[in-house]
Design a binder for this molecule. Structure first.
Ligand SMILES: O=c1[nH]c(=O)c2nn[nH]c2[nH]1
Length: 331
């Protein structure tokens, strides 16, 4: 046997950081979940039980928090002017900068490490509005939506960054159609000109590569703007597009983000189609009975009309779901 690839590290490192503005008393909080994975000359730790090449994953966790296990290292690092990777001593926003600082640190500190992959998931803590005013130190978790960043620092290869959004659950009650698709002996889905569309947005944008940490620092003002633009474009396109399909609507989102964010090279989406079916007689197999049993809708109950334009009550489907994916690049 031979080792064909390897990377290891610490996942689910949960970090919370508060900034206290002494003058205004306003607190700002950030909560993240970080994953660090390293690649390099580490084969012998797998093949020969040689731990001399292992940066302990516990040390990686300490590095994320910024607690050096050996104080002298800190003095040494300071004398070397090393980039000290510390949530305590470094900005943790924008996440693209924090992920780049963290990944660069591992390349700078361990000569046998050739690539450092750092994923930073930022959770929502939205400032509360109380009596019409932003509260100085109270926040609400308004959704499972996260802002995500994956930075990879490579020895001699600069830094690549992929930013994104996950868990943004949306629904529209009309403005979506799906017809004109292939019909054959496997097709039971009726064409529809007015349907509910719901999805949980997973999207991302890959930045043009950065030469190194200083190039990332110079781009810092662009990261928050790109996230806000991508989120706004996603919601606006979802709401306003008279959607012919998930495919076409997501392509329009990608196209608009590429137009709005010049430093982004590609945009990608992965959208589940979370179906809401009209109530009809579902045979035990769960496949909607669209043909045989016309009485299968609610009309069996006092002639209730609940299909087509009269439909108001639907059955949200947990599974199966459509899954539509794409990556769009500049021409
Ligand atoms: O938007 C849609 N795209 C599809 O490919 C599909 N297939 N069934 N329903 C669908 N809706």
């Amino acid at each position: 046997s031979q080792l064909s690839s390897a990377r290891y590290g610490k996942d689910n490192v949960r970090v919370y950081k508060v900034h206290r503005d002494e003058k205004t008393g306003v607190h700002t909080v950030v909560e993240m979940t970080v994953c660090v994975l390293l690649e390099g000359d580490i084969e012998t730790s797998y093949t020969e039980a040689d731990n001399s090449v292992v940066v302990a994953t516990d040390s990686m966790k300490n590095t994320v928090y910024g607690v050096y296990p050996w104080p002298q290292n800190l003095k040494q690092d300071i004398s070397n002017g090393l980039t000290k990777v510390m949530a305590k001593q470094h900005p943790v926003t924008p996440p693209e900068l924090f992920a780049s600082i963290l990944s660069s640190h591992f390349i700078e500190t361990y000569s046998h490490i050739h690539a450092a992959h750092v994923k930073v998931i930022t959770h929502r803590w939205t400032r509360m509005t109380i009596d019409g005013k932003p509260h100085p130190h109270s926040f609400i978790r308004d959704g499972a939506e996260t802002r995500n960043v994956e930075a990879v620092a490579r020895r001699g290869g600069g830094i690549t960054i992929h930013s994104g959004i996950s868990g943004l659950l949306v629904l529209k009650s009309t403005g979506s159609a799906f017809h004109g698709y292939i019909r054959n002996e496997y097709t039971t889905l009726p064409e529809v000109w007015d349907r509910i569309l719901s999805t949980e947005v997973e999207c991302g944008w890959t930045w043009k590569p950065f030469a190194g940490l200083s190039a990332v620092r110079q781009s810092v003002p662009k990261f928050d703007r790109a996230w806000q633009a991508s989120r706004d474009i996603t919601l606006k396109t979802f709401a306003e597009d008279n959607s012919a399909s998930v495919q076409n609507t997501m392509y329009k989102m990608c196209d608009a983000i590429l137009a709005a964010v010049p430093d982004v090279a590609t945009v990608d989406y992965s959208l589940p189609n979370k179906h809401y079916f009209e109530i009809s007689g579902f045979p035990s197999c769960g496949v909607p009975d669209r043909g045989a049993n016309k009485k299968a809708d609610l009309s069996w109950h006092k002639g209730l009309k609940n299909t087509g334009k009269d439909a108001e009550v639907y059955a949200p489907q947990s599974n199966p779901n459509g899954l539509i994916q794409c990556t769009v690049t500049r021409q």
